[in-house]
Design a protein around this ligand. Structure first.
Ligand SMILES: [Zn+2]
Length: 200
């Protein structure tokens, strides 16, 4: 089924919290949906941030607070600005780089094993530590060889999702085949049909 989540079709809101970009920092950008049209915020409340972190395999022992949500949104927009500048071949904003560097220097959460080899993240300030981890991962991505694999979904501007193209052919066009890919296929199918039979 298309974008199925727990047996039902995923809403746009649910899709915004799904790890499909191949990188946590790029998945974070998707929590502001429809960037080229009517941007819709999905990180509204602390519980949203908790839910997003859980979806990214970063479930924490403490709950986020309002200030964490503001910090996450600001870090997200910083990573977005730098990613878009990279994709456009533009000079990245120095202030955005400073902000990302500041976050990457903060103490990050550390992985620990519980007594059953289950993953637990720990830090003195876990939510800040999770954002610091994402900032570090973002720097590794944006300064490393994988940055050449960053793409924006071919459905843009209708879709603003970016992802890492790790397909063998290097020709992944869609954020998710079942969302944007099948919609585009259906549109081109209708187009071909109407061209073949103009009376329709
Ligand atoms: Zn898409």
């Amino acid at each position: 089924m298309e974008g199925e989540v727990n047996g039902s079709i995923a809403t746009n809101e649910q899709r915004a919290f799904m790890a499909i970009s191949g990188h946590r920092a790029l998945d974070l950008l998707a929590t502001l949906r429809d960037r080229h049209g009517n941007p819709a915020e999905c990180l509204c409340r602390p519980a949203d941030l908790d839910r997003w972190l859980g979806a990214m395999d970063l479930a924490l022992p403490v709950a986020a607070v309002e200030a964490d949500v503001r910090a996450a949104r600001r870090l997200r927009e910083t990573i977005n600005d730098l990613t878009r500048a990279l994709l456009a071949g533009q000079t990245p904003d120095a202030g955005a780089i400073r902000h990302l560097n500041d976050w990457a220097r903060k103490p990050a959460i550390a992985p620990q094993s519980d007594t059953h080899l289950g993953l637990q993240w720990t830090a003195d300030a876990p939510v800040n530590g999770a954002l610091a981890l994402i900032a570090r991962e973002a720097i590794e991505l944006l300064t490393g060889p994988d940055r050449a694999l960053i793409r924006e979904c071919a459905a843009a501007p209708a879709c603003s999702r970016v992802y890492l193209d790790r397909s063998r052919s290097g020709r992944r066009r869609w954020c998710h085949m079942d969302w944007c890919g099948s919609r585009a296929k259906m549109a081109s199918y209708r187009q071909r049909r109407s061209e073949a039979d103009p009376a329709r």
